[in-house]
Design a protein around this ligand. Structure first.
Ligand SMILES: Cc1ncc(COP(=O)(O)O)c(C=O)c1O
Length: 386
């Protein structure tokens, strides 16, 4: 009856069972996996946001596949403020980065074609690829006083069926940007093997320290799709607006835009009130980012304070993003450790394998967690190993 692409193993793992049981028990929970900004105590200009959604032009329908020009202009302005010139003509609005990925996968891949993706990284890639009949081929990020792309593993993963390389810039959860020299190497690979680049930059606006990094929206050397959206940059995941910027050599870019236009026109998934609200919602990001950055920096400093007093756990270098990765003693699997932390200490953290870390011994903590819960939770985690 069902397509084989949907034959996923949907049985729940021990971690999920333990979490469900914990929730049912009504016991308190220190949730250090928080990633929904609308539930983390930030102040939003609610009146302005709601007023922007009720603008009279929202009563008219203009089906424009790439998205209304006024909304695309708000995205163009976002890049201009980062000193990156992009044209509205090369911007596609989508309801999520997931939708943008699926459009791009459909644009580039025949069934069975391959796309390279980093490991460890965002767990949704596997599903996005499956649904589009694309094969995901992992390449490694390696840690040596900081995260780097293992370029030999990128090269080794390229086959005649490879169509594109995904980078997450900065990566979730390692918090590492792509370095300019890595972008140079990627451009060389793309030229040699006729590949495109897809850069997921949803965490780009959250540096935790000054660091040189690549800006893919400005990349001209290879066909490049740069993805971002309101869900992370403005802390508004419920608004469902994201985008893809198409860049690169003129002819390739133009063909990509023409074909993406047909894909987007087939769905016309953007709703009108949201598009009219885009300029106001994009502006609202400044207030959100200021609050969140204070929290990220504060929680990171608190974590470092706790770690300084012991030797069992280490925090890995982080350049940006919402997460900290802890290296902990490998006394059992990550999943067993996360379950033990939940059962014994009422603390929820993500086991590294959730992000496909190649080895055990990693736990991921969300720095977005409200401060008192973060500090208490981190204290318990560090104490558990100390
Ligand atoms: C790397 C990365 N890309 C994209 C997303 C989701 O973005 P959107 O809500 O626009 O689909 C996430 C969410 O956690 C993410 O970690």
């Amino acid at each position: 009856m069902f397509a084989s692409r949907t034959g996923w193993n949907l049985s729940v793992n021990r971690f999920t069972v333990a979490l469900e049981n914990h929730r049912k028990s009504g016991k308190p929970l220190l949730d250090l996996t928080a990633s929904n900004p609308t539930e983390c105590g930030f102040e939003y200009p609610a009146e302005e946001i709601l007023a922007a959604l009720a603008r009279p032009p929202a009563m008219e329908y203009h089906p424009i596949a790439q998205g209304l020009m006024s909304a695309r202009r708000a995205v163009e302005k976002y890049y201009r403020e980062k000193s990156i010139a992009v044209s509205e003509d090369n911007i596609f609005l989508t309801t999520s980065t997931s939708e943008a990925y699926s459009y791009i996968f459909r644009l580039l891949c025949d069934p069975g074609d391959e796309i390279l993706a980093p490991r460890p990284s965002y767990p949704l890639f596997e599903f996005l690829a499956d649904i589009q009949d694309v094969k995901l081929a992992p390449y490694s990020l390696v840690y040596d006083h900081g995260w780097q792309m293992d370029m030999s593993s990128v090269r080794a993963a390229v086959t005649p069926r490879t169509r594109a390389i995904i980078v997450v810039n900065p990566n979730n959860p390692t918090g590492s940007y792509v370095q300019p020299c890595e972008l140079d190497e990627l451009n060389g690979l793309c030229a040699d093997h006729d590949l495109a680049l897809i850069s997921d930059e949803v965490f780009h606006d959250f540096p935790l320290r000054e660091v040189e990094h690549a800006d893919f929206a400005a990349n001209q050397a290879a066909l490049t799709f740069t993805l971002s959206g309101l869900s992370k940059i403005a802390g508004l995941p419920q608004m469902k607006v994201a985008w893809a910027v198409v860049g690169g050599p003129d002819k390739l870019r133009q063909t990509a835009v023409e074909r993406l236009d047909v894909i987007a026109d087939t769905y016309l998934s953007m709703n009108t009130p949201m598009q009219h609200a885009m300029p106001a919602l994009m502006e609202s990001r400044h207030g959100f980012q200021k609050q969140l950055k204070e929290r990220l920096v504060g929680n990171l400093a608190a974590l470092d304070g706790l770690l300084a007093a012991q030797r069992a756990c280490q925090r890995l270098e982080v350049e940006a993003g919402w997460y900290a990765v802890l290296r902990v003693p490998v006394t059992r699997t990550d999943e067993e450790m996360a379950v033990a932390l939940l059962k014994e200490l009422d603390v929820l953290v993500h086991p590294g394998h959730f992000f496909d870390f190649e080895q055990d011994g990693y736990l991921v903590l969300s720095l977005m967690t409200p401060e008192p819960a973060f500090v208490e939770g981190a204290k318990r985690v560090v104490g558990f190993f100390g």
